[in-house]
Design a protein around this ligand. Structure first.
Ligand SMILES: [Zn+2]
Length: 249
């Protein structure tokens, strides 16, 4: 309904001043006035909009990396509502994304080692019972994930910017790509969830809490988790896009 009601004939120009609260065009209105559409003070979209670089960009460190990660995961809407997007991706937002993807790749290696130990196969292809085959397959697949997630992010950004333009929404590619750099943080809990399921199952099997006939259940749980994870990532992405679509900074 929100998407439909906001459909416009034309995409607002990058120079248009949009109301951060409702998207109404505020061009030429004084800073001490209110939005004619929703009543929100104009300054909340201008001088008091509160958008800026992230703590990691202001002072890159391990502490700011994890604090920004926490903000993205736990206060998602607030994070993207206070993120400046006009700059597009910056070297530091790109580095933030790379670090998140390296963490995900490392967890993915452990996830694959566990999964191959349980089933001996990956997508139905058998990799035998040798430890070195398991190691090679896991390291290669986990490493490929690091650039692959970046390619997926770029593709998703282009599709989103294109579709937003079709709907008349102001979501230029540069703004979407910048948000997607930070969206990379959402892959980490997904990878940790898979790790807990797979290594939890291995532990329960090793301690004989679960018998070998629980293998189909393990595969069902894993398939269900993939769907839940995809839903989670999509929801986080939608929150990001709806929180930056009326950004003026
Ligand atoms: Zn408004």
């Amino acid at each position: 309904v929100t998407l439909l009601s906001n459909r416009r004939a034309e995409v607002p120009s990058p120079d248009d001043l949009l109301c951060e609260s409702c998207g109404y065009t505020l061009n030429g209105l004084p800073d001490d006035g209110n939005c004619p559409e929703c009543g929100e003070p104009v300054r909340r979209s201008t001088t008091d909009a509160g958008r800026g670089p992230t703590a990691y960009e202001i002072e890159p460190s391990a502490a700011s990396f994890w604090s920004v990660t926490g903000q993205i995961l736990l206060r998602t809407k607030t994070f993207y509502r206070t993120l400046s997007v006009k700059t597009g991706p910056t070297p530091l937002s790109a580095r933030f994304s790379l670090m998140q993807r390296v963490i995900v790749g490392a967890i993915a290696i452990a996830v694959l080692v566990g999964h191959l130990n349980i089933t001996g196969t990956l997508s139905g292809i058998s990799f035998g019972d040798t430890w070195w085959m398991t190691a090679i397959v896991s390291v290669v697949c986990g490493s490929v994930l690091v650039p692959a997630l970046a390619w997926i992010g770029t593709l998703a950004s282009k599709l989103s910017a294109f579709e937003a333009g079709w709907w008349g929404m102001r979501l230029p590619l540069n703004a979407v790509r910048r948000a997607m750099d930070y969206h990379s943080a959402a892959y980490v809990p997904v990878a940790i969830g898979a790790f807990v399921i797979i290594w939890g199952y291995l532990l329960l099997r090793a301690t004989d809490v679960l018998a070998i006939d629980t293998l189909p259940t393990y595969l069902y749980v894993l398939a269900g988790y993939v769907i839940v994870a995809a839903g989670y990532l999509f929801r986080m992405f939608v929150i990001a896009m709806t929180s930056i679509r009326w950004a003026n900074q």
